[in-house]
Design a protein around this ligand. Sequence first.
Ligand code: MF3
Ligand code: CO
Ligand code: CO
Length: 258
Amino acid sequence: MQNNNPAIKIHNAEDLCKMRSSCILAAKTLNYIEKFVQPNITTQELNDLCHEYIISHGASPAPLNYNGFPKSICTSVNDVICHGIPSPQEKIKSGDIINIDVTVILDGYHGDTSKTFLVGECSNHAKRVVSVAQQALYEGISAVKSYGYFNDIGNAIQKYVDSQGFSVVRDYCGHGIGKLFHDAPQVLHYKNNESHIQILPGMFFTIEPMINAGSYKTKLRKDGWTVTTVDKSLSAQFEHTIAVLEDSVEILTLAIQD
Ligand code: MF3
Ligand code: CO
Ligand code: CO
């Protein structure tokens, strides 16, 4: 098959098989941690629980030491958009929202997924930001078609999020994934004509829109990782890793009950 962008890998059946395993483990880690997401737990404790779970399943947490990231998961609370660093000093409380982003490496393949949880009793505003972010992910996934184009994804997400009066973060994007954590292409979540690249069977990538209640603009804290909204508005995110097949699109990080 002719690949329109040689930087984007076309994977085979064996790659798919291994990606399914790593992605299911990532999804199960999020399922596992959900019951612990309660007022008074620290983000460090959430980190340690996920770390142990991942290790005990024969995998490793991809964020740990990735470009110097110091922890095993990202925990992004309230106005933190992404890449929040777990800390023993940070206790979550009723009314907070927290995104937990899990990436595992199993048998050399990465599975990457995240979800924003409501802690205790949340305002209707917080519930709405979280629900719009979740729906934004599904709007993006629904726009993926084999032989369609990457810019269909951002166009669909932005159209939906605009209609809800929220904004789409532009400074961070989804990504190709597989043996590498962050591979080509960049998957933009906002309306654009840049990514007029064809989506082909065998591609693996993430979609992970970050949705802000206010401005889409971002600010990086002095720790070099934590990304926040400029206006302190709430931000929520959901992420799946998907595989494009000949006649369908498979969400690899859907949790399977066992
Ligand atoms: N999991 C994040 C993503 O979805 C990346 C985290 S990189 C880290 O792409 F270094 F901050 F962990
Ligand atoms: Co990702
Ligand atoms: Co992620």
